[in-house]
Design a protein around this ligand. Structure first.
Ligand SMILES: Cc1cc2nc3c(=O)[nH]c(=O)nc-3n(C[C@H](O)[C@H](O)[C@H](O)COP(=O)(O)OP(=O)(O)OC[C@H]3O[C@@H](n4cnc5c(N)ncnc54)[C@H](O)[C@@H]3O)c2cc1C
Length: 391
């Protein structure tokens, strides 16, 4: 039986464990966190990833447990509504599924067939590959041997660092970052997302299905956020100094938030994602950045293709070829939003507000919205899933 170690138990790790176990592999998953990570922000399943979710049998449940966002309101610095657009801001097509990350991770985990070995609170300390397998040293669990090792351990991947080289070679910051946290729903937002733009920064407040809390995202330009927690808090506060609407109150909640997560908008760019019997899947190998809303889709599609390569192909190299164009297209789709994620000046804020206000009255608004989202929608659908013996 083929023995596979997966490092990381989030979207990519759980999806890969699902397919490999279904194909009859002996699967071990090692996750650094003490338990499955709950909570998180809204993520999207769209394009080819919807097909993967359907083949996993989770699409209908994911839709039922989606965020159920009816509309997105845009407000000015005094909180006055400028305009409303249907659905959540990241939903490019009504068929897309928008769901909280922790909910999707939990669903994927529950779908994994029995017999997988789950090791929480540990990680890979060292790897040594030879022609027939990989010798792995776990930090706490000691030495083990596997036929394949997969890094599904996110943008700061340990497996990538051990097998391919340091992050500086592969992680490219796109010039902005996001601070994400949960806050009380003081605005009384219901089944809605509310967005406020200011020069160089954007604030989004969003409810989850039936939630008394909101997910707040503060998006701002600048260098990589500092590593130190207090310095991070200060850098976000400085970026939002003088902002209007309810931003000062949200910053107070940020300080108290137990789940504050400050992440650079960055891409992982690599020439290949396999090295002999070691491979990368999801953000570890090809993070497209949060600005695309496609990280989850790439992780789901990549897990499916990698499982097929591990179980049905003579070696892993076809995985690099099959995924290349899909990854490149989705990463390219992030470059526009990376430059224009927020208006640059007060004048640009006013122009943006005018454009959004006019939108509902434009007879050709559907065409306009379709044109703006065309590239991202096409990229999300730009791969034909090959059949497998196990799907
Ligand atoms: C702020 C933000 C907003 C986003 N918004 C969207 C969106 O709207 N739509 C969308 O589709 N995507 C979005 N994404 C991206 C999406 O979350 C990721 O692309 C997706 O989760 C990729 O999943 P993954 O499993 O590859 O990596 P991750 O979800 O990062 O999971 C990595 C896992 O590996 C574990 N791990 C890390 N290091 C180690 C180690 N050394 N040893 C063992 N385990 C380890 C972690 O604990 C984690 O469980 C967003 C991302 C961010 C940061």
């Amino acid at each position: 039986m083929t023995r596979v170690l997966i490092c990381g138990a989030s979207i990519a790790g759980n999806a890969l464990a699902y397919w490999l176990r279904r194909a009859g592999c002996e699967v071990t998953v090692v996750e650094r966190a003490p338990a499955l990570r709950e909570g998180g922000y809204a993520i999207d399943i769209r394009g080819v990833a919807l097909e993967v979710a359907a083949r996993m049998g989770i699409a209908d449940e994911a839709r039922r447990r989606g965020t159920d966002t009816l509309a997105t309101d845009f407000v000015d610095r005094d909180g006055r509504r400028i305009a409303t657009l249907p659905l959540g801001f990241g939903v490019l097509d009504p068929a897309d599924i928008e769901i909280m990350k922790g909910d999707l991770t939990g669903m994927l985990h529950a779908a994994v067939p029995d017999g997988v070995e789950w090791i929480f609170g540990d990680t890979v300390a060292a790897l040594r590959a030879d022609a027939r397998g990989v010798e792995v040293t776990l930090e706490r669990g000691g030495a083990r041997r596997f036929d394949f090792v997969v890094g599904a351990d996110g943008i700061s991947s340990r497996i990538r660092a051990l097998a391919f080289g340091p992050p500086e070679r592969y992680v490219h910051h796109l010039g902005s970052s996001a601070a994400i946290f949960t806050a009380p729903n003081e605005l009384g937002v219901e089944r809605r997302q509310v967005i406020h733009s200011a020069p160089g920064r954007v604030v989004s407040v969003k409810t989850d299905r039936g939630s008394h809390e909101v997910k707040v995202t503060l998006l701002y330009g600048g260098p990589m956020p500092p590593r130190d927690h207090d310095a991070r808090l200060r850098s976000v506060e400085e970026a939002f100094a003088g902002a209007g609407w309810v931003v000062p109150r949200l910053l107070e909640h940020m300080r108290a938030a137990p789940d504050l997560y400050v992440a650079p908008n960055a891409q992982v760019r690599m020439d290949r994602w396999t090295s002999g019997r070691i491979a990368l899947v999801g953000d570890a190998g090809y993070c497209p950045s949060a600005l695309t809303g496609q990280g989850t889709g790439l992780a789901l599609v990549g897990a499916y293709l990698l499982a097929r390569n591990i179980t049905e192909c003579p070696d892993l190299s076809a995985y690099d070829r099959e995924l290349r164009d899909f990854v490149d297209r989705n990463q390219r789709a992030a470059l526009g939003p990376a430059k224009g994620f927020a208006p640059k000046s007060e004048r640009a804020v006013r122009l943006q507000a005018l454009g959004i206000r006019m939108l509902p009255y434009m007879p050709w608004r559907r065409l306009l919205i379709a044109a703006v989202t065309r590239e991202a929608r096409r990229a999300a659908g730009a791969l034909a899933l090959p059949p497998t013996a196990f799907s």
